[in-house]
Design a protein around this ligand. Structure first.
Ligand code: FES
Ligand SMILES: [Fe+2]
Length: 366
């Protein structure tokens, strides 16, 4: 980014007394979303991208629990067997269509349908019919590969049902007692994952939307298969003045990204995007800080830093949502030289869309 551009942009932002109109909107309560459908606004959105997606918080699904969730325009159940393994499956029994999440029960490593008590293993195979000698081998519930890690039950979705192409990493901070528990933020956003993720390489908006005084200086941005790695230096503004630090962000495909802040109080951000249906994406942001020490005083200080950080990130998300809920897809985008690598990002994002999901079969067809 050129010096003169930085200066010019900063000058323009400084000329704004108080909030921008967008910032005022963002804290003025709910706004009507766009009246257009997601397909009208984002013609590329004819398939849900394949990815590991958030299914539930590990703590919310105890041994023997069967929870109902709705992700990817499907009714699903998340359940935990008596050996402790978590499973994510379609909700409807292939026998006569009962919902496994309403009255279904776990016995051993199987889930039993509430209607006629057919029994399914963690892979969704029918393994027992209480009034027949044989299970019905054709009766299968679609099950999704599941990873229960970092306090999150994540499931793999692929439109054709292909096996996972990558894994979800273990985050060292997730179970480290010297770090705070997750602080959570959740939003329902009226656009696909891709529109939100484009914020990452869009450095300019940090100033124009969020009024950031300092924009991270990008050291490198790599797109490597399903992975993206952004390495950047930033001057954090702290009560004691600017402090040099880093923000390093890794994305494992569309559903799961992790950013680490260092230089100030070390912080971890986990960014989860899961389609609820075609119109809505749930954005979950989890924050964790390294405790500033063991004493009560240090704990209070950590809490204060955490509160400030979370407040700031919430404000930023509320500002972004005004854009996300109303924008459309422009392709190709009309870019200026200092815009971030938007075209590279879009090329990377494109690989995650494939056909094959029956739910999407008629999408985009005349
Ligand atoms: S509908 Fe599930 S056992 Fe009959
Ligand atoms: Fe943003």
């Amino acid at each position: 980014m050129t010096e003169s551009f930085e200066a010019a942009l900063s000058a323009r932002i400084r000329s704004f007394e108080g909030q921008t109109p967008l910032q005022a909107l963002s804290c003025g309560g709910p706004i009507e979303p766009s009246p257009m459908t997601s397909l009208e606004r984002f013609p590329y959105y004819r398939a849900f991208p394949f990815a590991w997606y958030f299914g539930a918080y590990s703590d919310d699904v105890a041994v023997g629990d069967v929870k109902t969730v709705r992700w990817l325009a499907r009714d699903l159940v998340v359940w935990r067997d008596e050996e402790g393994a978590a499973h994510v499956m379609d909700a409807y029994c292939p026998h006569m269509g009962a919902h496994l999440g309403y009255g279904g029960r776990v016995e051993g490593c199987n889930l039993i349908c509430p209607y006629h008590w057919w029994e399914y293993d963690g892979d969704g195979n029918n393994v027992r019919i209480p009034y027949a000698d044989q299970p019905n081998r054709k009766a299968r519930v679609r099950s999704y590969p599941t990873i229960d890690r970092n306090g999150l039950i994540m499931f793999w979705y692929h439109p054709r049902g292909d096996a996972p192409i990558w894994e979800i990493p273990e985050l060292a901070e997730a179970n480290d007692p010297t770090w705070t528990p997750y602080m959570r933020g959740e939003w329902d956003v009226r656009c696909p994952w891709q529109e939100m993720a484009e914020n990452g390489p869009d450095y300019i908006h940090l100033r124009t939307v969020h009024g950031a005084a300092d924009v991270p200086e990008v050291e490198s941005l790599e797109y490597d298969g399903y992975l993206s790695r952004l390495r950047s230096k930033v001057n954090f503004s702290t009560p004691r003045g600017p402090q040099a630090g880093r923000i390093d962000t890794d994305s494992w495909g569309p559903g799961f990204a992790v950013a680490r802040f260092s230089g100030i109080t070390p912080a971890l951000f986990v960014n989860l995007s899961t389609p609820v249906d075609w119109e809505t994406t749930r954005s979950i942001k989890l924050y964790k800080l390294q405790n500033l020490g063991d004493s009560d005083e240090a704990r209070t200080r950590t809490e204060r830093v955490g509160d400030a950080l979370v407040r700031d990130l919430r404000r930023q998300m509320e500002e972004d949502i005004v854009i996300f809920d109303h924008k459309v897809w422009v392709d190709p985008p009309a870019l200026a030289p200092d815009d971030g690598p938007i075209v590279r990002f879009r090329k990377w994002a494109r690989q995650f869309y494939v056909d094959g999901d029956p739910i999407a079969a008629d999408r985009g067809k005349p």
